[in-house]
Design a protein around this ligand. Structure first.
Ligand SMILES: [Zn+2]
Ligand SMILES: [Zn+2]
Length: 303
């Protein structure tokens, strides 16, 4: 598991410059929901802007609408990073790829880098096949669209996956079994660092990936609320996610500066944010961030 694994090379990037200082990483929780549709929360997706580059981590339902709300278009993404292939995390994969394609007006666009665990290439290919009729209609109708959406898929389980213009990214395995393989991402720029855990139970490889990071973005499930439900399929949810306290304990073991909670199961009822924060505070002394979609967190080299 130690060697980096990838199935293609020659990543080309068209990065867009934002006014994010090079020494700061900005996290925006685009979607804080879960598989259950929520009128106020888009599906799991987090935007990370670092060193003039913009990374979308997972692409749950509604992601491009949330991104539009902060002025980020599909064409402004440097890469799509996928933690795993559960439906709630990739629900809008087709929308991201197709929308980027039809709104890129420059000729000969660079391929869109998509980085995920093994299995990602097959899912992307199947998605493009599902949109085959649409792709055909648009190529037939628009003279300047002559080829399907250009994408480059890279599959990894461990190791460095990106090193461009001062931004580096590495991945490590997480534990979301029986969903496997799954990965977390560590993004570094200008001395600042952010780790995105995705869905996982506590595990050593995540602890190692997150060691000393400025921020850890972690999905959470309130197990004490979900486990007693009289529905086995809901109880099952607890098996392969971290509770708020478990995510907080991971943050403490790894010595991160800020814990960012997302993917709230069940959804945070109005006025209950402090209850969630208090649960995390039982295991973690640092800054705790949580909130609604578009909640923004700045991470500096000091955390
Ligand atoms: Zn999952
Ligand atoms: Zn999930």
């Amino acid at each position: 598991m130690k060697a980096a694994r990838e199935n293609s090379v020659n990543v080309q990037v068209s990065s867009k410059i934002y006014d994010i200082p090079g020494t700061m990483i900005e996290i925006t929780l685009l979607g804080t929901g879960s598989p259950i549709p929520d009128p106020n929360r888009a599906g799991p997706a987090t935007l990370v802007r670092a060193g003039g580059q913009t990374f979308l981590v997972d692409c749950g339902r509604g992601v491009l609408q949330r991104a539009a709300a902060i002025g980020v278009a599909a064409t402004g993404l440097s890469a799509l990073l996928l933690t795993h292939l559960h439906s709630d995390h990739i629900a809008d994969l087709g929308d991201v790829v197709i929308t980027r394609w039809i709104t890129t007006f420059a000729p000969d666009p660079a391929p869109f880098p998509i980085i995920g665990p093994p299995g990602t290439a097959a899912v992307v290919e199947a998605t493009l096949n599902a949109f085959g009729p649409d792709i055909g209609y648009r190529i037939a109708h628009h003279d300047d669209l002559t080829a399907p959406p250009p994408v480059e898929v890279h599959e990894y389980t461990d190791g460095p996956v990106w090193d461009r213009d001062g931004v580096s990214i590495r991945v490590a395995p997480t534990d979301h079994r029986p969903v496997a393989p799954t990965i977390g991402f560590r993004i570094e720029a200008g001395g600042a660092s952010v780790v995105l855990a995705g869905d996982t139970v506590p595990c050593e490889s995540l602890d190692e990936l997150a060691t000393g990071a400025g921020a850890l973005v972690h999905t959470v499930v309130r197990k004490e609320l979900i486990a007693p439900l009289p529905v086995q399929r809901m109880k099952d949810v607890c098996d392969y996610h971290s509770s708020v306290q478990e995510a907080a304990a991971t943050a403490t073991r790894a010595g991160v500066g800020t814990l960012v909670l997302t993917h709230y199961v069940p959804t945070i009822a109005p006025g209950q944010e402090e209850q969630w924060r208090a649960l995390a505070a039982t295991e973690f002394d640092g800054r705790i961030e949580l909130g609604n979609d578009l909640h923004r967190v700045e991470v500096t080299p000091s955390g």
